[in-house]
Every structure is written in C-alpha cells, then in structure tokens.
Design a protein around this ligand. Structure first.
Ligand code: SF4
Length: 491
C-alpha cells in the first residue's frame, strides 16, 4: 500500500496549459476510459476521452492493454467501491505497469477509500475531473504514493462543458450540473455542488458542431435538468434565472441548432411546466418523451425523502402530458425499501403506479449512503423485503412497457437506426422511445426511417417492417420527405 499525499488546491490556468509528457512506452500511447452511472457521467467520460485523444492518445477498450486507465465513478451506483476495485484489478491485469486514475462522484465523496484500493495511482475528485492530464503530468511516478486531488465542490462555480459522441447517431449534451435540492437519500449535491448551467450561446455552438459531425439526436442531460438557468456562483438567487429557463433553451436548440431530434433525459415533476409540455407537443423536433422521477407514490414517504411534490401533483403532470400527447412515452424512477416503507406504504406506491398511464419504470432498491439523512432514519427495511418489492415493481414495469408498445401496433413511426448489428438485426428508437428492431441494412445506419410497428416481444421491444413511401407522409416533416423521396431505393 502506498503512502498518501493530498493536494487540495485547485489547478491554476498555467497548470492547465502545461503540456502532458507522453509516457515512454511507445509512439502512440493508449488510454482506456470506463464510466459508471448516469448519462451525464457518460457525457463527461467521453469528454475525458477526447482530452486524451487531443493529446495524441489512442482510445482503446477497457479490457485492452493501455498506458493509462481512467475509471469515472458514480456515487449512486450500488456497491461503488466494489465496482471500482474490480475495474482497478482488471486494468492492472491487462497492463501491470499502467497508470490508473480514479475520478468522478465516488472519488469526490470518498477519496481516502479510493486511494486505499491497491493499484490506484491517482485520485481526482469531481472538481478536477477535466484536469486529469495535468494531474498525471504533476505526479512523480518513481515512488509508490497515491496522489489525491480533491477540490471543494461546494464552492464550485464553473460549468464544464461535456457531450458524448461514442455513438454518432445520438449524443448526450450536458446543459446543467449540480443540484440545490436536498433529497434525503442523495449524495449528488455533495459530489457535484450547486446548480449551475451552460451559457445558451455555448450550448448552441456545441449542438451545431454535433449536428455537423453527423449526430441526429441530442439528449439534454444534467443532474437536475429542469433547473437550468442558474450561473455558477450566483448563490443569492433572485426570481429571474440569468441564463433563461429550460423551456427557452429547448426551444432555441430545436429552432437554431439544425438537430433533427431533441430529447430530455429526465426532469423533476415540479419543473415540468405546461410550457415545456406544449413545446413537446407542438415542435416537430422535440420528441414526445418524458422521464420524471417519482420515487414513491406515498406522500408520507415523499415528505421523508424531501421531494418537492406530492403524489397528486405527479399524477397531474402525467395527465397533462397524456392530454397533450396521447402517444407520448412517459417513464418514471421509483425507489423501493426507503426507511419507513411498510407493506401498506409499498402497496400504496404499487397501486398508485398501476393506475398511472405511464410507459415504463426504472426500479431502484434503496441502499444506505454514508453522509445522507436517510441513512440515519428509523424504519430500516430488511434487505430480503427490498428485493421482493423490487421484483414486484419490475414485473409491473414490464407489463406497462408491453401495454404501451401494444397500443402502437400497426402504426407507422419514424425510427432513428443505430450502427450496431446484433444477430442479423439493427435497432433504433421511435420518436416516442419505443425500441424497435429490423433486419440489418447498412443503408439505414444513422437514418430516420418510417417503420410500421408489427409485433411486440415479451420484453416490450418491437419487431418491425419498413413501410412504403406513400405511407409515411403523416409522420415526417417536409425535410425528411425530400430526403427519402430522393432515395427511393431504400424502400
Ligand atoms: S433532485 Fe434530489 S435526487 Fe435529484 S440530484 Fe437533486 S438532491 Fe439528488
């Protein structure tokens, strides 16, 4: 085990500009980056990869040999420490002499624990996650010390731009970071700091660059996306958001970036305004898909979680989306086993979701996170019961997914196809987030095609057929029609 040195200072501009010395092992050093957790973290993992590529590195898969391994951790992931340990072990097995860096939310929250993992060279907290190359450059690798760079996130005022581009079809664009809420189960505010956002001009430029590189769908991501508009450092907040609100941003990106599809990754129910719903319903480039965390259907538990809505308000938002867009996909997150969740309260949640007209669920089993209010609460639910409840809600979610898919059988919807080929099939998403599969055709990769939804599989995915040109008038914008009519061999 190495000794620990700690650098709590933030990097200076001159430090950020220092050129990183490439390792001596070859002309083209290799870097492997593995990201855990949410879409926001993935967009940041891709940005870290690009930083290395811009400095002459070749990006390789995580199970390949490399000179540098970066593990971009998550604090929400169950057993973050175990996952991190396994990845460090895997990296060391592939390349015993590589440099292993751990960054991200888990590294920010528990830098000491990460530094204790055998095989780690460098721990870089969230505040410095885009300065890994500089930190590597500063490190003296002659000894066996583990360097920890752990800036203070609470005073973070900068917004670090990020987007993913691994799959050229769809990109996750970070528009917001941090969170001012204080949900009692959540470690994210501690790991990422206060709510802050990207400047709309910068985001527009980034979106245009993504479109120019071939991206056809942009998914707007953030920690609390709907809270867009606060600048870093404006902690005495007045009634007006200096960067505008999320609806303004969506409209601007949809109107001016040239992107064909714009989607929101997730939005808190109390921030889903009527205006955003109307934009979704009326703008041809904004997709009819809403993912709104619910977490519990019981008001008592929502209060214990310090969520900023109650079940009736949630149901009201679902109803508003459904009335404006009967075909919209509506997804929710729910937590089972939160302290105080009795059998009766769980049944209340189950029945509440059963009654809601939603299309899919993401079910999370509660686990105690050190440093959160909920971890100290009474009413701990035994682990076995947590798993049983997870199974019941997963089953309900499966039924909802299949029911939603079935209501679309026989209809024609636009599908954006991805590159990957699996068992002779290619996959893609409809505008309303139905996952579909058709026989692989290389001409369809990264194209939006009119597809008839023909049969639903037991997992809720749909097998489809292409439809003749005269049937897609109803689902395509004039721009699409011109493109496809000039390329009729596709049909
Ligand atoms: S809204 Fe609540 S759960 Fe979501 S990031 Fe903020 S504190 Fe965490």
């Amino acid at each position: 085990m190495g000794t620990l040195t700690t650098d709590f200072s933030r990097v200076s501009q001159s430090d950020a500009d220092t050129a990183f010395e490439l390792p001596e092992s070859g002309n083209e050093p290799r870097v492997a980056v593995h990201t855990l957790g949410c879409k926001l973290n993935y967009s940041e993992g891709d940005t870290i990869s690009r930083q290395f590529i811009n400095r002459g590195y070749r990006l390789v898969e995580f199970d390949n040999e490399a000179e540098v391994y970066v593990i971009n951790t998550c604090s929400v992931t169950d057993h973050a420490d175990r996952k991190c340990k396994n990845l460090v072990k895997q990296a060391r097995r592939c390349s015993p002499h590589a440099r292993v860096v751990v960054t991200g939310c888990f590294a920010q929250l528990q830098p000491g624990a990460v530094a204790q993992i055998p095989g780690v060279d460098l721990v870089v907290g969230g505040a410095d996650k885009f300065r890994i190359l500089q930190k590597l450059n500063m490190k003296d690798f002659r000894g066996s010390t583990v360097d920890i760079h752990h800036g203070e996130t609470r005073t973070l005022t900068t917004f670090e731009p990020s987007w993913s581009q691994g799959n050229r079809t769809r990109s996750f664009l970070k528009v917001q970071d941090g969170c001012d809420y204080s949900c009692t189960f959540c470690t994210i505010p501690g790991a990422r700091g206060a709510s802050r956002s990207g400047d709309p001009e910068d985001l527009l430029r980034q979106a245009r660059d993504l479109v120019a590189s071939g991206v056809r769908e942009i998914v707007l991501t953030g920690v609390n996306t709907g809270d867009y508009g606060w600048k870093g450092g404006d902690l005495n907040r007045g009634p007006v958001r200096p960067l505008g609100n999320f609806g303004d941003l969506m409209e601007r990106l949809a109107d001016e970036s040239g992107v064909e599809r714009l989607r929101i990754s997730s939005i808190e129910p109390n921030l889903l305004t009527d205006r955003i719903i109307q934009l979704m319903a009326s703008h041809p480039r904004i997709m009819p898909h809403v993912h709104m965390p619910l977490q519990s259907g019981c008001d008592l538990l929502l209060a214990r979680m310090k969520r900023r809505y109650r079940s009736a308000a949630y149901a009201n938002r679902v109803q508003a989306v459904r009335s404006a867009m009967p075909h919209a996909c509506i997804g929710l997150d729910v937590i089972v086993g939160f302290p105080g969740e009795t059998d009766r309260i769980f049944t209340e949640t189950h029945d509440f979701i059963n009654e809601l007209d939603v299309s899919y669920l993401h079910v999370f089993t509660y686990s105690e996170r050190p440093g959160t209010e909920a971890a100290e609460m009474k009413g701990r639910v035994p682990n076995g019961r947590r798993s049983d409840r997870n199974r019941l809600l997963t089953h309900l979610g499966q039924r909802k997914r299949v029911d939603f898919a079935q209501t679309h059988l026989g209809s024609v919807r636009p599908v954006l196809f991805e590159q990957e080929r699996k068992g002779g099939l290619m996959q893609g998403y409809t505008d309303n987030y139905l996952r579909v599969a058709v026989p692989y055709d290389p001409l369809w990769v990264n194209r939006i095609m009119p597809i008839e939804l023909s049969s639903v599989e037991s997992d809720g995915s749909i097998l489809c057929e292409a439809v003749p040109v005269d049937r897609f008038e109803a689902v395509f914008t004039p721009t699409h029609r011109i493109e496809y009519l000039s390329d009729q061999k596709l049909f």
